[in-house]
Write a protein that binds this ligand. Structure first.
Ligand SMILES: Nc1nc2c(ncn2[C@@H]2O[C@H](COP(=O)(O)OP(=O)(O)OP(=O)(O)O)[C@@H](O)[C@H]2O)c(=O)[nH]1
Length: 446
């Protein structure tokens, strides 16, 4: 599924040890492979990767943001564009009545979505009618009737008629007479197991007779790769105008969406995020891409970055130390790898004692085991800004961090004092370039 691949590519990119340029190239290759696998138009994939590459190599990240983090932001922006950018889908009816035909396979969530859509439009002040044209699933009629009550929409169904096409025509007429603004037709998702052709024929017949203004494909987010063929089949039968992706609240994260978009050229208008009638959201491309990349939101990105730092290797840390570089991120990585490499004081002991200020020789930098976990939680509760520039952490921020990490302000203070001590030492070490060079650490920044 496209999602797995994309998320793995992000993780690989963030954790990888290659140079920035190589990592970018590698990520773009992974991205292309995933998108093409998902049948996204090749031209589109090419365009997208060229844009990403150009920006990645030309743009300088703002201060405090690493190039890799910035790169993820670029990918995120470009993918968001692919899904429709920052524009909110247009959901207003273009004429009255506006006839919507909902299609999709069994269990995709059509009936539930019909109710949700009705509720959405009723709340907007439209007069809505629901037509029960699923004559196959026992219970679909009652379910839709119940949903029409719940949403405040009108209902039309005929349990004595098993011809979906007739019910649809009659339903539309019925609601036209009732001056409905929006008419939503719920159709069947199965025609006996495996009999897709007769289902598609039925959709075609309904569509030809009713002439809907909009055919909406309802797609279960967990469908993955199959979505392309499915969307294509429906599209060839009744051109799909838009897509609603359901069950995005579950574990599945919507891998099929890209495929469906590629197969139909239609836009995703809404997403279903639960079983309840109001659990329908207007589709927001940026938010969706966050999910797609496994980023959740910027906080989640931050979490990822932290977990990457967890994997920081000793050389990298020593390199940072040699450069006199210390931020909360370095400290976090160090705390995480304490068991592997010993405390800072131990690392610093690898340096000639003459280069160390007095503090290092006393116990000031020794961290008790029990403190480590607490401090990790504290750092995890910091914002980006605070991680890169802990000096801005005032009492107000300390309180927020303490609450967020389930610790006390005293604990936060403790950590900050420790950090400041370390920073002072690093500064001193940085100044002492001669000694560092003797240690073979040549790449010392001024
Ligand atoms: N968690 C979650 N469940 C959903 C969502 N949308 C629908 N469901 C559930 O999915 C199941 C199937 O939904 P239905 O609306 O009955 O599906 P259908 O497409 O009408 O089914 P057929 O009539 O067989 O084609 C139900 O249990 C719904 O409650 C959603 O966005 N999130």
């Amino acid at each position: 599924m496209v999602l797995e691949g994309l998320r793995n590519a992000v993780t690989k990119f963030l954790k990888g040890g290659s140079t920035y340029k190589d990592s970018v190239e590698e990520f773009i290759k992974d991205l292309q492979r995933e998108l093409i696998k998902s049948d996204v138009n090749i031209k589109l994939v090419k365009e997208l990767s060229e844009n990403i590459k150009k920006k990645a190599l030309e743009e300088e990240p703002p201060s405090g943001i690493s190039r890799k983090e910035w790169f993820i932001k670029i990918v995120y922006d470009e993918l968001s564009n692919l899904f429709g950018g920052d524009t909110t889908p247009d959901v207003e009816p273009k004429k009255i009545p506006w006839i919507i035909l909902l299609v999709g396979v069994q269990g995709s969530g059509k009936t539930t979505t019909a109710g949700k859509l009705a509720s959405f439009y009723v709340k907007k002040g439209y007069k809505v009618g629901l037509v029960a044209a699923d004559t196959y699933r026992p219970g679909a009629y009652e379910q839709l009737k119940m949903l029409s009550n719940l949403s405040g929409a009108m209902f039309y169904g005929d349990q004595n008629n098993n011809k979906a096409e007739e019910i649809s025509i009659n339903g539309v007429e019925y609601f036209k007479n009732k001056n409905a603004d929006i008419i939503i037709i719920d159709t069947a998702g199965r025609h006996g197991y495996g009999n897709e052709k007769s289902l598609l024929d039925e959709m075609r017949n309904i569509s030809n007779k009713v002439k809907p203004d909009e055919v909406i494909l309802v797609l279960d987010s967990s469908i993955g790769q199959k979505a392309f063929d499915l969307a294509k089949q429906f599209h060839e039968t009744t051109p799909i105008g838009s897509i609603i992706v359901t069950k995005l609240d579950g574990t599945a994260k919507g891998g099929g969406v890209l495929s469906a978009i590629a197969a139909t050229g239609a836009r995703v208008k809404f997403i279903g995020t639960g079983e309840k009638i109001d659990e329908l959201e207007l589709f927001n491309p940026s938010k969706f891409v966050s999910r797609l990349l496994g980023l959740g939101d910027l906080d989640a990105l931050l979490e990822k970055i932290k977990s990457v730092q967890d994997n920081i290797n000793i050389e990298k840390l020593q390199e940072d130390l040699a450069k006199g570089k210390i931020t909360m991120r370095t400290l976090y990585a160090q705390l995480k790898s304490l068991r592997k490499m010993g405390p800072f004081s131990k690392i610093l002991q690898m340096l000639p004692t003459s280069s160390l200020p007095v503090q290092i020789k006393n116990e000031q930098l020794k961290i008790g085991e029990e403190k480590v976990d607490k401090w990790l939680h504290i750092i995890e509760s910091m914002t980006y800004e605070e991680l890169d520039n802990p000096d801005i952490i005032d009492r107000k921020r300390m309180r927020r961090i303490a609450i967020g990490s389930g610790t006390s302000i005293e604990d936060v203070k403790d950590l900050i004092v420790y950090y400041k001590n370390l920073k002072a030492i690093m500064k001193r070490i940085k100044r002492d370039r001669g000694i560092l060079k003797k240690l073979g650490m040549q790449n010392i920044e001024d």
